[in-house]
Design a protein around this ligand. Structure first.
Ligand code: NAD
Ligand code: TYD
Length: 354
């Protein structure tokens, strides 16, 4: 048996592929366009693994996707590939529309053709699992209840709007064509192999380099944070047991303001790799211009996946963030390698205004 993963060289996708191959006998066909966020080195440990078939290509290349489906006959497609960074979507929304909306549409068409021609047993067993985000629900007031699966979609950034559009397309392919789909809407992930343009890895990397730790606005925006391996276990659980056509919210039961996240990272670094002058990394915190249209609060109600499928996160934030900081301290060569010319250009552009 084989599964097809899209975006399996990115942060969550590569963690998923590594965990999948460690825990299952099934092969993985990994389709990834290797954008700036895709990193084949995340998969270096699989170089000699015959069950990992890496394909460099675009989800929007219908001929390629059709060929891969016909050749490998996967029993499931797990769709991670996306443009994923909100700040980049503000600077250039076009790529988000292209990959997240048009690319997902083209992937759906290729899957519909493949699935439609399967024998009845394989057709009934097939699954498309679409990996989405809590950001499609928009911003919550301070005391409002957390997002449930029936919360109205109110995306506020080009990123979240493009993910919302992809969720709607996936839903429509189920209702119109009967395609056996599952969708997960997860909160902010953190953990190993996270590209250092996102909050937590950026703070770990900048702190060690003696650079400012840029906190947008007042730092009181609230996110729910989930350790990436817990997101991967939730996806495996939904793939195995999820009800067709359903959506499942995935979260860590861990709402925290950004400034508290940054303080936690600084405190761990103070313990694990103290600054030479003995003062705290907190001294490097710099409040910078806020993100336009910045969502104030996200919170996930993950009761449905717990009640129906029995899933709960294994890590607390305290255990997950400690593992994460330690992983970055143990892997300086990974950090150096991802901080390419393209990465430096992005940092210069994004933080120029201060
Ligand atoms: P990422 O940016 O780290 O990785 C995205 C991967 O997709 C990269 O390897 C990239 O090369 C690949 N890709 C981009 N465009 C492609 C295309 N056209 N064809 C093929 N491959 C392409 O993203 P991530 O953080 O790993 O997120 C993975 C998925 O999970 C995304 O769909 C994202 O919306 C969703 N998600 C992310 C988070 C989070 O906190 N990171 C939370 C919830 C949901
Ligand atoms: P991010 O990791 O970009 O994820 P998302 O926007 O998808 O939630 O950002 C997480 C939070 O951290 C978000 O509220 C924006 C904030 N943030 C900063 O304050 N400074 C930064 O340099 C970055 C990248 C993010």
């Amino acid at each position: 048996m084989t599964i097809l993963v899209t975006g399996g060289a990115g942060f969550i996708g590569s963690n998923f592929v590594l965990d999948w191959l460690a825990g299952s006998d099934e092969a993985v066909v990994n389709l990834d366009a290797l954008t700036y966020a895709g990193n084949v080195h995340n998969l270096d440990s699989l170089r000699d693994n015959p069950r990992h078939i890496f394909v460099h290509g675009d989800i929007g290349d219908a001929a390629l996707v059709g060929r891969l489906l016909a050749e490998h006959q996967p029993r499931a497609v797990l769709h991670f590939a996306a443009e994923s960074h909100v700040d980049r979507s503000i600077h250039g929304p076009g790529a988000f529309v292209q990959t997240n909306i048009v690319g997902t549409f083209q992937l759906l068409e290729a899957i519909r053709t493949y699935w439609g021609a399967l024998e009845p047993e394989a057709k009934a067993a097939f699954r498309l699992l679409h990996v989405s985000t809590d950001e499609v629900f928009g911003s919550l007031a301070k005391d409002a209840p957390a997002f449930t699966e029936t919360h109205p979609y109110e995306p506020n950034s080009p990123y979240s709007a493009s993910k919302a559009a992809s969720d709607h397309l996936v839903r429509a392919y189920h209702h119109t064509y009967g395609l056996p789909v599952l969708t997960t809407n997860c909160s902010n992930n953190y953990g190993p192999l996270h590209f250092p343009e996102k909050l937590i890895p950026l703070m770990i990397v900048n702190a060690q380099a003696g650079k400012p730790l840029p906190v947008y606005g007042d730092g009181q925006q609230i996110r729910d944070w989930l350790y990436v391996k817990d997101h991967c276990s939730a996806i495996r659980c939904v793939l195995a047991h999820g009800r067709l056509g359903e959506t499942y919210n995935v979260g860590g039961w861990n709402e925290m303001p950004n400034l508290d996240i940054v303080h936690t990272v600084c405190d761990l670094l103070d313990e694990l790799k103290p600054r030479a002058d003995g003062s705290s990394y907190r001294a490097q915190i710099a409040f910078v211009t806020d993100r336009p249209g910045h969502d104030r609060r996200y919170a996930i109600d993950a009761n449905k996946i717990h009640r129906e499928l029995g899933w709960r996160p294994a890590e607390t934030f305290a255990s997950g963030i400690r593992k994460t900081v330690q992983w970055y301290l143990d892997n300086p060569q990974w950090v150096a390698q991802v901080q390419s010319g393209a990465y430096r250009d992005w940092v210069a552009k994004q933080y120029a205004a201060g």
